[in-house]
Design a protein around this ligand. Sequence first.
Ligand code: ZN
Length: 209
Amino acid sequence: MRTKRANDSLPGGIALVFSSRTSRLKITVDSMAEVTLTAPSRCPRERAVAFASEHSAWIESRREKQREILERIAEEYKAHDKKSPFLGGWIAIEGASEPFYRARAKEFFTAECAALAKRLNRTVKTVTIRDQTSRYGSCSSKGALSFSFRIMKAPLFAARYLAAHECSHLVHPNHSAAFWRCVENVCADYRSADRWIKQNSAFLRFDPQ
Ligand SMILES: [Zn+2]
C-alpha cells in the first residue's frame, strides 16, 4: 500500500495538499481567505512552488476580495453592538458562543427533522451537531443526520431548507431530479435558501474576536 504524501506549506501562507485523485495543479481561495494548492501525489515540490508564483497576482486579488468581505462582516458585528446572529435576527448573546449555537441547533434540527421524517414516512436515527464548514449537513445511509452549528447564524428559511435537504436524503440518497422534487415538496423556497447558504459561507464561518 502506498503511503499518502504528507501535506506541506508554501511561502505566502499557502497550504500544499497532495492528492492521488488529481492529475492537475489547482489553487483555491476559500471564504476565510485561506489559500490551498492541490497537487498530484508525485508532483515535485519545486513545480508547486513555481505554479503558485505564476499565479501569485490572481491569488492576491482573490485573497484581498475575501478579506474585504470578512472586514464587512466584522463591521456588521460591530454595528450590532456585540450581539450575535441567530436565525435571521441579532440576539444579546455576546461573542456568538459555540455551546449556545450547538444547544439551539440540537433542539432545532431534532424537532424539524422529526416533523419532516413523519411527512416523508421515514425515521431519523440520530441528529448530531458538528462544526462542518464545507457542507453544513449530511445524511448517512443508516439515517444518521448531522448539521453544523453554524447554520444557526443563518435566516430561519435557510436552516429549514437544510433540514429538508438532509431529510430528503432519507428517501433519495443522491441528488437526482427525484431528490430535488422531494426537497421542493417539503421546502418550496429551497432555491433561494440554497443560494443564501452558498453566498454567505464567510458569514457562517466567521467567529468574532
Ligand atoms: Zn445533499
